[in-house]
Write a protein that binds this ligand. Structure first.
Ligand SMILES: [Zn+2]
Length: 303
């Protein structure tokens, strides 16, 4: 019968070990290759996963690493000036957010890219450490900001309980082994440490509007897509309690702008602004389901 599909190949759910998945969405890599992918949903915990997931050795085919650096610093048109302003504002806001949840000074940013966030943390007196798989970006952070940057694979060699705060800004959705990542967080954090994880929210109004064109699915670079219940179950499983879930309101505009482009082939600023605004407005009355969310997780005292 038709309901027996190729998703029988799927591995058990990394969060709840469930083996029952339903079809969620057919979509494409609209950013780069145009290749088709499918998103499946775990019927038990709601985790969404991209299928097929690229193997480690073929991942580079889906990334254009040179673009990451060039687009941030060179251009001078109106939109990049707006972008620079927004970026400085959001970076400062992130640091202030951390200060609200921790008085500690040792911070690790996993997926630090070219280091702008950690540089801002340094300005505020933090001792900063970064981890970044892309060598070119990591080198940029080292040279320009004097930041110590590890390859994420080497983080397991660091001393236990080294950090007060660990951040991952739009990073966890790229991680293939969720449980080892959370074990690592558990190990590296001090006993009263906090972890801030920013993730796109597929339960947002902009996701519902753009459907397969929603830019934050970003398959196959995003291997997983998390709604609030799934991330809370994952956190709990690894000894964290979710103490806050906070909005990232600028993401609704940025993601709507990209989504418009994927959908229509054009940069439709007015429409993007409208849907971004509407998404933020709807989130207010719909359980805070903003386009992107920051989860603040606190290490529980295990004894
Ligand atoms: Zn599950």
């Amino acid at each position: 019968m038709f309901h027996v599909e190729h998703h029988t190949h799927l591995p058990d759910c990394q969060i709840c070990n469930g083996s029952d998945f339903t079809h969620y969405l057919d979509l494409q890599d609209y950013f780069l290759t145009g290749e088709p992918f499918v998103i499946y949903q775990c019927t038990n915990c709601g985790l969404l996963l991209t299928y097929p997931q690229p193997k480690e050795q073929e991942l580079s085919r889906y990334y254009q690493s040179e673009d990451y650096i060039s687009h941030s610093n060179k251009q001078s048109d109106f939109l990049s000036r707006v972008y620079q302003r927004v970026r400085l504002y959001t970076l400062t806001r992130k640091v202030q957010l951390i200060q609200r949840y921790s008085s500690g000074k040792n911070i690790l940013d996993i997926g630090c890219a070219t280091g702008e966030f950690l540089a801002r943390c340094k300005d505020y007196g933090f001792n900063v450490t970064g981890a970044e798989p892309d060598k070119q970006s990591g080198d940029y952070a080292r040279v320009n900001y004097g930041i110590k940057v590890y390859n994420p694979l080497d983080l397991s060699t660091l001393e236990a309980q080294s950090f007060d705060v660990i951040t991952q800004w739009h990073v966890l959705e790229h991680v293939s082994d969720l449980n080892s990542r959370f074990s690592l967080l558990q190990k590296l954090l001090k006993s009263d440490g906090v972890c801030l994880i920013a993730l796109p929210n597929p339960a947002s109004a902009d996701a519902a509007h753009y459907k397969k064109f929603w830019a934050a699915y970003d398959v196959p670079r995003h291997l997983f897509h998390f709604k609030q219940p799934a991330i809370k179950i994952l956190a709990d499983k690894h000894g964290f309690s979710t103490i806050a879930v906070l909005p990232m309101k600028f993401d609704a505009y940025y993601i709507s702008l990209l989504s418009e482009k994927y959908k229509t082939g054009k940069s439709n600023y007015l429409k993007a602004f409208f849907w971004g605004f509407l998404s933020n407005l709807k989130a207010k009355t719909n359980h805070g389901e903003y386009s992107s969310l920051i989860y603040v997780l606190k290490k529980q005292n295990s004894s």
